[in-house]
Every structure is written in C-alpha cells, then in structure tokens.
Design a protein around this ligand. Structure first.
Ligand SMILES: NC(=O)c1ccc[n+]([C@@H]2O[C@H](COP(=O)([O-])OP(=O)(O)OC[C@H]3O[C@@H](n4cnc5c(N)ncnc54)[C@H](O)[C@@H]3O)[C@@H](O)[C@H]2O)c1
Length: 401
C-alpha cells in the first residue's frame, strides 16, 4: 500500500516515520527546502531521527516531494497541515483547503482520506469532503475519516505507538480502513460514533489544559498577594488522591496547540449560540501572565527597568524543544522592551530567532527564566545576573512566581 502524507512537519513527518515501516510513504510538502532536506535524510523534527529517515529512504520506503502528481497513485492520504488563527483570531482553514486542492487535482481514483490536523467539529464532513470534491474534475467517491493527532513533541514516555488514538469515518468502511491503517503502528485505537466527536474531543483536551493553566496562573497571583508559596500550596493540594490534577504556573502558554485550539472550539460554540466564556477568559489570563511577570520584575528592581540589561532565559515554548511558535517569551520580551529594558535572550536549543541569536548566559543585570531546558544548569542561571526571576519553578534560589 502506498501512503501520501500531506504536510511534513511535526505531525506529518512523525507519522511518515512510523508508517514507513509498513507502507511506502510519499511525504508531500509545499516547502521545497524542507523536501530537499528530507530527501537528504535530514530530519527537522525532534523525535524523528535522521538515521531512521535515511534508512527508509535507502530502503525505498520514504521520499519527500513538492509535486502533487507524485501522490496520484497513493491508496491513502493523511492530511497534517497547520490550522492556525487568522489575524482576527478566527479559525484559518486555508492550509487545509490547499491540501484538499492537492488531493482533488491529483488523485483520480477512490482513496481513504484521513485528516489529522486539529479543527472544529464538522470540518471533515462540511469542509474537507466538499473541498476535495470541488477540486476534482470528476466525481470520485473517496472515503473520509478523522484521527486527530495527539503527539507531544519531545516527549519520550508517550508516542505514536502507546498513545490511544481516536478515529471515526464518515462511513463504516472508512472507519474500518482507518483502523486497519493505524493498527499497524498504534497499540490502542478508540473508535467514536462520529467524526464530530473525535474533532471535538481533541479540542476539548487542549481546552481543558488551557483553562487549568489559566486557573493556576491566576492562583499564582493570589498566592503571591497572600504571601504564600504557590508551589508549596499546589503540592499540598496534590496530596489528595482524587479529584485534583496538578498544573503549574508559567509566563503563559505557547506552542501550536494550547493557545490556538481552544479558540477553534470557542468560535464554533459562538457560531451555534453556545457560551465559551471560560475558554475566552482563560486565553486572556494566560496572555496577561507575561505582563504580570514583567510587573513583578520591575517592582523588585525599584519600579523601573529603563536601561537595565535583561536576559530572557529559554525562549522555546517548552523545555527541550526548539519550537518557538506562540512562545510566551515573545510577550515577555515585548513588555520588557516597552519598559525600556535592553533585552537579549539565551536559548542554545533554539539558536536563532526573530533575526537574533542566543546570547551568553552571563553578564546581565536581570535574568528572567521563561523556559528551562534540562541541559541548562541552575547554577549557571543563578550566575547569569544578580537578580533572577524564575517562572518555571525549576530554579531554586531565584525569585519567582
Ligand atoms: N505539533 C504538535 O505537537 C501537534 C500535536 C497535535 C496536533 N497538531 C496539529 O497537527 C496539524 C499540523 O501541525 P504541525 O505541528 O505538524 O505543523 P508544522 O508547521 O510543523 O508542519 C506543517 C507542514 O505542512 C506544510 N504545509 C503547509 N501547507 C501545506 C500544503 N498545502 N501542502 C503541503 N504541505 C503543506 C508546511 O510546509 C509544514 O512543513 C495542525 O492542525 C496542528 O494543530 C500538532
């Protein structure tokens, strides 16, 4: 069986690497630089080893392409393209639409189309299927299914194999063929009654995280105002063996999922006249954390940051990855600069970002830790400036949330 995987980023390349053990995989990406790099056996994604990619290339089981015609004879297509927000913070399905165009214009026989991209309930039925049909010159009865991706890049305990995977087809045959595909490399497949349930479950998972993170971020502010430790209080609450789940405060949430997916749920809720108050407010609380952090740093430093050299430590959105999408560090830096601070950042995992490079971990007046990678030593952080503010709870001895 030949598989076409549209989008060779975090999700698409990860699936490609797993699927290539059982199928011939064509990785389609419209970024020709990524394609060139992948065909040389160089992975740009944490969790996909270049050596594994090279093995599949040499065995003739994987190749990347930007030419739509190369997916013409596949039997199954997986869509794994970005689903960001527009400037007005509305769901942006442009990339999905473009992927549908590639499928519609190039595939002339019935295949199974599985969407792994995160989107609101109804996307498979009311957007993807009609779009592919619109872009095909003849009416082809493809099968359609959804299996939202849950991969957590950089995580080693849960991966494609052992993370339960939800799926549902628009027809029974689509569900059965989806199960047959994923059961090759996933241990636990969970069928739900409709694609809409699978789509909504994915959004709700990330909304649950977003709301709980906002709650703990609000609680961090309450704890500080009461003069008690937020971490000690959370640890104390966490001794309850049921009914509590510990989340930790931070400078905000980043990454492609948690700041974005809940807005997809809120948008579809509001379109149907249902409330999305928690979801909207949680997003605001998380966004406001960067300002709260900078206010605290300013207060501790005599009220003014003008002319002070401030080093932001860790700009990736989470530890041990190079991904800076929606990182809270961006807002922290913006607030620091607004207050007149001279800001640089240190993150050797990210290396370069926004036209700037990682600065040495030393010599600043103030350091603000936004993300702590495992390789960065606490002692080195504490030595980088006379005043260190930690938002991660991982730098004992620093000031912090
Ligand atoms: N990254 C994660 O941790 C994660 C986890 C679960 C779900 N998701 C979801 O999976 C989807 C993909 O996310 P990602 O993190 O892999 O994104 P990504 O940005 O890492 O990769 C997307 C890739 O798609 C390519 N692309 C864009 N438009 C294309 C098109 N029309 N045709 C072919 N290629 C195209 C881009 O060049 C890029 O290489 C999103 O909906 C995301 O929300 C991501």
């Amino acid at each position: 069986m030949k598989i076409g995987i549209i989008g060779q980023g975090y999700v698409g390349l990860t699936i490609s690497a797993f699927a290539a053990e059982y199928f011939e995989v064509i990785g389609f990406d419209n970024n020709s630089k990524i394609v060139e790099q992948l065909n040389q056996g160089n992975s740009h994604i944490e969790g996909v080893d270049s050596s594994i990619l090279m093995n599949w290339i040499k065995a003739g089981r994987y190749r990347a392409t930007s030419r739509g015609s190369e997916i013409a004879d596949v039997d199954l297509v997986v869509i794994a393209v970005p689903t960001p927000l527009t400037l007005e913070r509305k769901p942006d399905l442009r990339f999905i639409e473009a992927a549908c165009k590639t499928v519609g214009e190039n595939i002339k026989k019935p295949v199974l189309v599985i969407n792994e991209s995160t989107s609101f309930p109804g996307t498979l039925r009311n957007f993807i299927k009609p779009a592919i049909e619109r872009f095909s010159d003849s009416r082809i009865e493809h099968l359609y299914a959804i299996s939202p991706e849950r991969v957590d890049p950089g995580r080693s305990d849960f991966n494609q194999k052992n993370t339960p995977r939800l799926y549902s087809g628009l027809t029974q045959e689509a569900s059965e063929r989806t199960k047959a595909f994923y059961s090759k490399f996933c241990d636990n497949l969970v069928e739900v009654s409709s694609p809409e349930v699978a789509e909504a479950a994915k959004l709700f998972e990330n909304t649950f995280r977003q709301v709980n993170i906002a709650l703990v971020n609000e609680f961090a502010q309450i704890a500080h105002s009461l003069g008690i430790s937020v971490y000690e209080t959370l640890d104390a609450a966490n001794t309850k063996p049921y009914g509590f789940m510990k989340f930790t405060p931070s400078a905000g949430v980043g990454g492609h999922c948690i700041p974005v997916d809940p807005t997809y749920l809120a948008a579809v809720a509001e379109e149907h006249g249902a409330p999305a108050i928690f979801i909207r407010r949680a997003n605001e609380v998380n966004l406001e954390m960067s300002k709260y952090v900078v206010d605290r740093v300013a207060t501790d430093n005599g009220g003014s940051l003008a002319g002070k050299s401030v080093l932001v430590v860790g700009v990736a959105y989470k530890p041990n990855v190079a991904d800076v999408r929606e990182t809270a560090a961006e807002l922290v830096i913006e607030h620091l600069r607004r207050r007149g601070a001279v800001v640089s950042w240190h993150d050797d995992v990210v290396g370069s970002w926004n036209g700037e490079s990682s600065a040495p971990l030393s010599g600043a007046d103030i350091a603000v830790v936004v993300t702590k990678h495992d390789d960065v030593k606490v002692q080195d952080i504490l030595g980088s400036a006379p005043y260190v503010f930690d938002t991660t709870g991982k730098v004992p001895g620093a000031k912090g949330l």
